[in-house]
Design a protein around this ligand. Structure first.
Ligand code: IVH
Length: 692
């Protein structure tokens, strides 16, 4: 124990408090590790509690000195404020979707093209059910289970180690000889029969019943009290991996077999398929068996079997090129359209929403369905009073498929699309060539302002747990938050908030914490959070990758206003940014109030520069490269992916700024232009030599 611990907290100086908090964090973490991970505590529970109490007392006296890694915020605390976060060593990604056989064919063709395989060359695919649960990452070190994390946003998840420890199927130790670090990924789920039994028990106890097994699994895994989790029958299927200190096999199937030999549950349907026909046969079989299975599935996942090919294929934004989820047809039901309302989104789009007589579809009660836009209503001829078929696939918003014309009542009513915003009364206009009708009110439209703020705090943007959509509405109505920067000034208003119903000391502390936690934000998230039209997560990343810093991006976007500027040309040259997207960006920066929003935020935040891959030894880091002509050893997509992973920027056209032009066979005008401008031209071999 440190000498400082003898000082009464009331007499402590800041310096002493700072030093002791640091020591306590370290000491408590060590005890946690011995207790939770090694099962070998070295102090009594009583002594441990004394350490924690001391830590809390110091934090209460010096709240501004509370550490980011404070033991108070960690799992293992008797009273938990939430889960601590774990940054995944390898990000946890999602999957693209296929709905029809043609999509699967496209998927296979795309892979063959990317890898440059001949038509007759075989491409083995591992197929397995897509389990409808939640993904989990299980970390083993030296063969011992040490940590479990949820997917979270893919980069940072929640530490659910203690809850996972209660899962009976999970081996806590792997056989001797496994690599030092093994991260196993899979799906946590609840079996259907066990789900029914749980709900029965819940009902008898007057407790919450769950809508479906997935919700029950999620609710159970994310229980703060692991004693409750222990009573919930959670299971797991292992199907992927994260960090490995040594490869386990050359193939996907080889890894799955290895998992199986280690005693991990793997799905019995997992199989290597050699052709599209093989794949479809397994898909149909799994679909037929679906209802009889004791766990929910929502499709079949296909993965390239060869791992060296998986590596070459890599990723597009958040999904691998080497895998896809083939979804089962959506579940359908019939119900009546009671009325049609208009919702105004953050970009001013007016969306018609059918209000339905509630009906259960695939285990979930549905009472709203989107009608998309004016043309859709006309095309499907949906009238108020109609009976309609609705469908729901996965997490997507339920949709109206068609009207059951036989059931149309005599008094059915056609819907007249408004040309006025129902929220602010401004004109709503449909521009030429557009399908959407938009409110012209901009920020004077409360719906747009509020929706933008909701988007700003949403999970993939600023991800503020303590500040959900409901709170945003309240803060907006009360006038505390009108623009994003106001969120970061909320702590000035805690006295007011404390007078509102339902706001206790703890919820205010949570709110403050989730705001403070986000004062530092990666550039791509920041860009995405602004809610610029057409700028989704992938585009935000592309922009961050190209401009690296907030200042760089801001400066370039402002300059790009001038269509003759190099900045305009650069923006349009970025692969993945089309002219219409570029225009939306320029329009956004043209609006003074948008610039004010960004500058106000800048004063409140630290915007992190884009995390460029470690390219210290890369000869092409920061260089602008253009590929042209037919490449033989790699496809264009693979060439681009590789160049980018080495820190180069790939452009579609040659300009004075281009550093290298890689010319394949029968290169034409771009090669000519490069020669005219005196830019270094490389052959394909030359390129391989350069980058190794
Ligand atoms: S592979 C890099 N295999 O689906 C690819 N995912 O939509 C990693 N899922 O987040 C995922 N069953 O939670 C894979 N057999 C399976 C799966 C599966 C369910 C989930 C997983 C993932 C989501 C993506």
């Amino acid at each position: 124990m440190s000498a400082f611990r003898e000082i009464p907290v009331t007499d402590m100086t800041e310096l002493e408090a700072h030093a002791e908090l640091k020591n306590l964090a370290k000491e408590i973490a060590e005890h946690d590790k011995r207790y939770y991970q090694n099962d070998a505590p070295t102090i009594s529970d009583g002594d441990y509690d004394v350490l924690r109490a001391r830590n809390t007392a110091i934090e209460e006296k010096f709240p501004h000195l509370k550490r980011k890694d404070s033991p108070t915020d960690k799992v293992g605390t008797p009273v938990q404020s939430g889960f601590s976060k774990i940054t995944h060593a390898v990000p946890m990604l999602s999957l693209g979707n296929a709905f029809a056989e043609e999509d699967v064919q496209d998927f296979l063709d795309r892979i063959k093209r990317f890898l440059g395989l001949k038509d007759e060359e075989s491409l083995e695919i591992v197929a397995e059910p897509k389990i409808d649960g939640l993904s989990i990452s299980l970390r083993y070190e030296k063969g011992k289970f040490i940590q479990a994390a949820t997917r979270g946003d893919g980069r940072v998840g929640e530490d659910v180690t203690r809850n996972v420890l209660t899962m009976k199927e999970l081996p806590l130790e792997l056989p001797a000889g496994v690599p030092d670090v093994v991260e196993i990924r899979g799906e946590v789920y609840m079996a259907k029969d066990e789900f029914m039994a749980l709900n029965k028990k819940q009902e008898q106890a007057g407790a919450k019943v769950f809508a479906n097994p997935r919700n029950a699994a999620a609710g159970s895994l994310r229980q703060l009290d692991s004693n409750i989790t222990a009573e919930r029958p959670l299971r797991v299927f292992a199907y992927a991996w994260g960090e490995l200190s040594k490869p386990l096999s050359d193939t996907q199937m080889g890894v799955i077999d290895t998992f199986k030999s280690w005693g991990l549950p793997v799905n019995p349907y997992t199989r290597v398929c050699k052709s599209l026909a093989d794949i479809m046969a397994l898909y149909n079989q799994i679909n037929e068996d679906r209802a009889a299975l004791n766990y929910d599935i929502d499709g079949v996942v296909y993965k390239v079997n060869r791992l060296d090919w998986q590596d070459r294929l890599g990723f597009v934004s958040r999904s691998p090129r080497w895998a896809i989820a083939h979804k089962f047809a959506a579940e359908k039901a019939q119900t009546v359209v009671e009325k049609i309302d208009i919702q105004v989104g953050r970009t001013g789009k007016l969306t018609p929403v059918a209000r339905l007589t509630p009906v259960t579809v695939g285990g979930v009660v549905v009472s709203n369905a989107t009608l998309h836009n004016e043309d859709e209503i006309k095309r499907k001829d949906v009238r108020i009073g109609d009976t309609v078929v609705i469908q729901r696939a996965g997490d997507v918003i339920p949709q109206v498929v068609e009207v059951v014309k036989d059931k149309r009542p005599d008094n059915s009513e056609e819907f007249v699309f408004p040309h006025e915003c129902p929220e602010c009364g401004s004109h709503a206009v449909r521009e030429e060539g557009e399908v959407d009708i938009r409110c012209t009110g901009g920020l004077i439209c409360p719906a747009q302002a509020v929706e933008r703020l909701k988007h700003f705090v949403s999970r993939n943007a600023f991800d503020m747990d303590g500040l959900g959509a409901k709170n945003i509405e309240k803060f907006w109505q009360e006038g505390l938050v009108k623009t994003p920067a106001d969120i970061f000034k909320l702590s000035e208003h805690t006295d007011t908030i404390a007078t509102w119903e339902g706001w206790k000391e703890k919820s205010i502390a949570n709110l403050k914490k989730s705001i403070e936690d986000r004062r530092t934000i990666p550039l791509d998230r920041f860009i995405y959070a602004l809610g610029i039209r057409q700028v989704g997560q992938a585009t935000a990343r592309t922009l961050a990758k190209n401009y690296l810093s907030f200042e760089g991006w801001y400066d370039a976007m402002t300059k790009a206003h001038d269509v003759d500027s190099p900045a305009y040309e650069d923006l349009n040259n970025i692969d993945g940014i089309g002219t219409s997207m570029a225009q939306d960006l320029i329009d956004f920066f043209d609006e003074p109030h948008n610039r004010k929003v960004m500058n106000d935020l800048k004063d409140q935040l630290t915007i992190e520069e884009f995390d460029v891959p470690d390219t210290t030894n890369s000869p092409v880091a920061g260089k602008i490269v253009v590929f042209t002509g037919t490449l033989v050893t790699m496809s264009r997509a693979e060439a681009k992916a590789k160049a980018e992973s080495l820190g180069a920027k790939v452009s579609g056209s040659v300009s004075k700024k281009t550093d290298y032009v890689v010319a394949g066979e029968s290169a034409g005008s771009k090669l000519k232009k490069a020669q005219e401008l005196g830019i270094a031209v490389l052959t394909e071999e030359g390129w391989h030599e350069l980058v190794g």
